[in-house]
Design a protein around this ligand. Structure first.
Ligand code: TPP
Length: 228
């Protein structure tokens, strides 16, 4: 919330030209009702669907979608990939806490293998979506991933996408100490943030790791589409 507002302020955007859209979940509360602007707090999984309608009706609106990973990439996954494929002019910011936070910490499509959650007490048996690669594969022109522990990079990426046209996607690693951290044995928020700092690696460095070591780390930075 803070970095998005700072970016808007820095670019001196007029709030009257902006529309914020979110679904349902903890992250979906970021724009609405806190921003003194037009906000649509919609249905779980349908933020992009509402944003699409609003943008097509009024193309002048800079339409910014802020929501959770469950909202955007699980129940709303189909809207996400098709908005990317159609290169709709939406700025999507996904707060990825790797869990369904609001409903009590169930495993999500973004939970890493082995995650202890309310629905996977013995560890999540599946691999997670790589959200940036997902949207790039679907056709997005821009995708970036940063953690909340990288505020400068994150704000720069947000500012960049607000000036770009077409579909853009920023994945923000935004951990939930209550539903995720506690269950992984990281009792406090600082511990969880320290773990995130340790795991995140700039993309270029991550690429130089052997495949087995890559799984243990999280690549951050701007991702580009592989040439066709
Ligand atoms: C159609 C529908 N299905 C399920 C729910 C229950 N529900 C509310 S929020 C949520 C998941 C939230 O997870 P996420 O989108 O990742 O956001 P977070 O709370 O983790 O920020 C679910 C399943 C709902 N409100 N509507």
């Amino acid at each position: 919330m803070n970095l998005l507002l700072r970016s808007i302020d820095e670019l001196q955007l007029d709030l009257d030209d902006l529309l914020f859209v979110s679904g349902i979940g903890c992250a979906a509360w970021i724009p609405s009702p806190h921003f003194n602007a037009d906000t649509l707090h919609t249905l779980h999984g349908r933020a992009i669907a509402f944003a699409t309608g609003a943008k097509l009706f009024n193309p002048r609106l800079l339409t910014i979608v802020v929501s959770g990973d469950g909202d955007l990439a699980a129940i709303g996954g189909n809207h996400l990939i098709h908005a990317a494929r159609r290169n709709l002019d939406l700025k999507v910011i996904c707060a990825n806490n790797r869990i369904y936070g609001m409903t009590g910490g169930q495993a999500a499509a973004t939970s890493p293998r082995g995650t202890i959650s309310a629905t996977t007490p013995d560890g999540c048996p599946d691999d997670p979506f790589d959200l940036c690669r997902l949207v790039l594969g679907a056709g997005a022109g821009y995708a970036a991933r940063y953690a909340v522990t990288q505020p400068r990079e994150l704000q720069a990426a947000i500012g960049k996408t607000l000036r770009m046209s077409g579909f853009t996607f920023i994945e923000v690693l935004s951990p939930c100490p209550t539903q995720y951290g506690r269950r992984q044995g990281l009792e406090t928020a600082p511990e969880l943030l320290a773990e995130l700092r340790e795991k995140c690696l700039p993309l270029e460095q991550w690429r130089r790791l052997p495949p087995a070591a890559r799984r243990e780390r999280i690549a951050t930075g701007e991702f580009t589409r592989e040439p066709a």
